[in-house]
Design a protein around this ligand. Structure first.
Ligand code: ACO
Length: 175
């Protein structure tokens, strides 16, 4: 595991970093960097940060990489991003927007924001806000007519701060 910050040019990124809105990057704290998920991020604490959100089991690096490649094989569909600490080269925040294509609304698309998590020691520093702003920008720049997400009651104030409003209900059936 490297502790030196790895620039984007040395990484195999999930999608082009140019798709991350420049104005969001410009507002980031200087100690961190926001970029697409990279093929070596298994070694930068990706699963550890996700485990802030829910139960995460470690599939091992090769299975993690196989999932990365199978998601990337669906073009213009998944946009996973990470925030990296420049000091440690470790991930401190994660999120993803999934672009769903539809037959309605003139063959419109909807962005689904999923799996937002910020390292417990880094919460409250606007990293979550920047992740949501970046993902919303990617969704809107992809032509989505809306961007939606599910969250707990406790997280409603956070998403309201990010410009989202409560709408409708979530239904779930677990297998
Ligand atoms: N209640 C009220 N306000 C909140 C909350 C909360 N739970 N969380 C953040 N805020 C406010 C902050 O105070 C801040 O307000 P300000 O602009 O007035 O100062 C604003 O929202 C932005 O907060 P950030 O600092 O960007 O939030 P943070 O980086 O801590 O990230 C997050 C928020 C992602 C919810 C983080 O706390 C976390 O990882 N929680 C555990 C995992 C989780 O619940 N993830 C979301 C699941 S939903 C989904 O994935 C679609």
């Amino acid at each position: 595991m490297s502790s030196h910050f790895t620039p984007d040019s040395e990484l195999d990124l999930f999608f082009s970093a140019d798709l991350i809105p420049a104005q969001v990057k410009a507002q980031l704290h200087p100690d961190v960097h926001l970029r697409p998920l990279a093929s070596t991020d298994y070694h930068r604490g990706h699963l550890a940060v996700l485990s802030v959100l829910t139960i995460v089991s470690d599939p091992g690096e090769s299975e993690w990489l196989a999932q990365f490649e199978s998601m990337r094989a669906a073009p213009k569909t998944y946009y996973p991003i990470v925030i990296i600490s420049k000091q440690t080269d470790q991930i401190v925040g994660v999120g993803c927007v999934f672009i769903e294509r539809k037959f309605l609304r003139g063959l419109g698309s909807v962005g689904h924001i999923e799996d937002i998590a910020v390292d417990k020691n880094q919460q409250g520093k606007k990293l979550g806000l920047r992740i949501i702003q970046a993902l919303t920008g990617i969704s809107e720049n992809s032509g989505c007519y809306k961007t939606i997400l599910n969250c707990s009651n406790e997280n409603i104030p956070f998403y309201e701060k990010c410009g989202y409003q409560k709408k409708e209900n979530e239904m779930a059936k677990y297998a």
